[in-house]
Design a protein around this ligand. Sequence first.
Ligand SMILES: C[S@@+](CC[C@H](N)C(=O)[O-])C[C@H]1O[C@@H](n2cnc3c(N)ncnc32)[C@H](O)[C@@H]1O
Length: 247
Amino acid sequence: MKEQNIYDNEDFFESYQKLRQNKGLTANDLIETPQLFELIGNVKDKEVLDLGCGTGYNDRKLMEKGARSVLGIDLSTKMIEVANKENSLDNIEYKVMSMNDINKINRKFDLVVSSLAIHYIENYDSLCKKVYNLLNDNGEFIFSCGHPMDSAPILNDYSDNFVIINDKKYFLLSDYNNEGKRISHWFVDGVETYHRNMSHLVNGLINAGFKLEKMVESYATDEIIKIKPKYKDQREHSYYVYFKAKK
Ligand SMILES: C[S@@+](CC[C@H](N)C(=O)[O-])C[C@H]1O[C@@H](n2cnc3c(N)ncnc32)[C@H](O)[C@@H]1O
């Protein structure tokens, strides 16, 4: 199975870095990161694995919140280079590795986290089982991924995923149950992600043996919309979904 490594594409990487440099004003900073960390809660003394850690921003934050150690893995060499440069701390290790290969890791964790990376991999069910096997008893798997209500339509460009009727925006849900690969334009053509419906996301965890503790759908508060009016769409339409599951 050949997996796409789009974050190592020069043009994509540069555009993505530029987007994230808009510190404090991105959807990650205003919506996704705070909502994910609220679900993560207390990490004191925990040994953590981060799947698709990117530039390691969340890993530094986990250490600052008291984690004992963090192993961040990512498929992209470019992202790991930035992580080592910008978010290197004692007890954080970054490794170029696919999350499809985590069964090769020879240690256990109290917490496995992942932020907006799981929709890049094809075999979610198998990932859930591998994560389960890497966790200590009562360990937790807490992650965010693209919300199925946002990834459903088969479209070239997801900024076109709505129609306007009587001046109101209606988002598209066609192909919701037609799961699988989506190929679209995000900075560059041909970016591959995977759409899974909500029951698939839930049952992947249950079938792996997890107890589902909480699920949250992303939302933009009035305060967020005041800072960035563009995110008013995210009040009625969830772009991300978060799961907290326990072994
Ligand atoms: C949207 S970025 C999120 C990065 C980071 N988690 C954050 O929140 O800032 C998605 C990351 O997933 C990584 N990724 C994609 N497929 C992967 C795979 N199969 N294994 C590990 N990482 C992967 C990408 O290289 C990229 O760094």
